[in-house]
Design a protein around this ligand. Structure first.
Ligand SMILES: [Zn+2]
Length: 166
């Protein structure tokens, strides 16, 4: 099931994102560019996973930075999380939001949970997950979670949450 955050987005935004979600792994950079966001993998202080702030050269636009010392899959989730803040909490970004390794920032925990749920929808849309789940069955894959995590280029932890596995 897609989250209520996903369903709260404007229909136009949903269409734009869905056009890029044409196969696994999701091309996150295509989602970012479609939304006019610049994404950079860069050195951030240890303990910080990512941030989103207005582009000083063009304050109507936002730049997402992720910690290049994090694993590639974690960086992907962080980018998706920051896109989540952009889509859901743009008015609250102000001078910028910085997320630590537990995705805590100056925003409330409720807002952080919203960004995490939307991030999961961006990286692991339910229809594609269902499709690959079906293929995993057909192929008699032993470790479905690791198979799906590889297909979607996400952590096994993220995939387990998507599948509702505790
Ligand atoms: Zn956050």
């Amino acid at each position: 099931m897609m989250s209520r955050e996903w369903h709260s987005l404007d229909q136009g935004i949903i269409e734009t994102i869905k056009e890029t979600q044409d196969g696994a792994p999701i091309r996150l950079s295509a989602i970012a560019s479609a939304l006019g966001l610049k994404v950079m993998s860069t050195t951030l202080p240890s303990g910080i996973s990512g941030e989103i702030r207005p582009d000083p050269a063009n304050p109507d636009h936002f730049i997402i930075r992720v910690n290049r010392n994090d694993s590639a899959r974690r960086q992907r989730f962080t980018v998706a999380h920051e896109i989540g803040h952009f889509l859901l909490h743009r008015e609250e970004i102000g001078g910028g939001i910085t997320d630590d390794v537990l995705y805590r920032s100056s925003l409330s925990d409720r807002r952080e949970a919203q960004a995490n749920r939307l991030a999961a929808d961006l990286l692991m849309p339910q229809d594609l997950v269902d499709e690959w789940m079906e293929r995993a069955r057909t192929l008699k894959v032993d470790n479905v979670i690791s198979f799906l995590a590889d297909k979607f280029n996400v952590s096994e932890a993220a995939m387990k949450i998507r599948l509702g596995i505790p």
